[in-house]
Ligand binder design. Structure first.
Ligand SMILES: [Zn+2]
Length: 243
């Protein structure tokens, strides 16, 4: 017997299915990322009309069968359409980056309230942040997302020999090692970050106030892009390129 589940969720991604339906990837509050089939959702008069837009926050009801990977969506109501984002393509793109990140990095059915909560907080901030700070904001939340999926870079001591790092003007981060390394443990995947960029990473993970310097965030972007590619199975976030 299928079980009826009611929960809230963010629409991460949709894929056309057959003539008129959609398979929808949803980051839910209670069940992690799930896939549901929205039958007939592409028909103009579908009951799902307007509910399956990317990064909508919806209340959904679906039928869960243990034997299936894709569940049948029964009903959906939009709770937040994030209207202020939709009229600015740059903000839409920013929202897409985090959706794409969770779509590609979260396994199905791994409950993660922290991922749900992070994307909720991110979208709310993205609605009002000045446009020039969109990219830094996206990078901050990508880094926080890395912590949620268990890939937070190690920043305190050398990842190889555990020696405490006293950050100088430049700090060495080993992409393959997953964090800072001392000069003895230099490897060919090391990237150099300015002290300011390094301190910004530390502050992000301590949830402290960040000074938005675009130069610093250019450095952080290069680091994050390489880090994601290395640790998440060559993950490339297409939407990040257009930010
Ligand atoms: Zn070392």
């Amino acid at each position: 017997m299928p079980r009826i589940v009611k929960t809230k969720g963010f629409i991460l991604h949709t894929f056309p299915f057959k003539e008129s339906s959609l398979i929808v990837s949803v980051l839910t509050r209670s069940a992690g990322r799930i896939k549901v089939l929205a039958k007939g959702a592409r028909r103009p008069k579908s009951k799902f009309c307007g509910t399956m837009e990317p990064f909508n926050l919806d209340e959904i009801i679906y039928y869960k069968r243990e034997t299936k990977e894709i569940y049948t969506l029964s009903d959906a109501v939009v709770l937040n359409h994030f209207e202020k984002l939709r009229c600015d393509p740059k903000r839409v793109n920013g929202a897409s980056v985090l959706c794409e990140f969770f779509e590609k990095s979260l396994a199905l059915e791994q409950p993660s309230y922290s991922a749900f909560s992070l994307i909720n907080e991110f979208l709310k901030r993205l609605e009002t942040i000045p446009q020039r700070l969109i990219k830094p904001l996206v990078l901050i939340y990508l880094l926080k997302g890395l912590r949620i999926i268990g890939f937070m870079p190690h920043l305190k001591s050398c990842v190889r020999c555990k020696e405490k790092i006293e950050p100088g003007p430049r700090v060495q981060l080993s992409i393959s090692g997953g964090g800072v390394v001392c000069s003895r443990d230099y490897d060919d995947t090391v990237v150099f970050l300015s002290n300011q960029a390094y301190q910004t990473l530390v502050r992000i993970y301590k949830n402290q106030e960040i000074q938005f310097s675009l130069k610093v965030f250019d450095e952080i972007e290069k680091f994050v892009t390489r880090y994601l590619g290395y640790h998440l199975n060559r993950l490339v976030l297409n939407s990040l390129k257009f930010l």
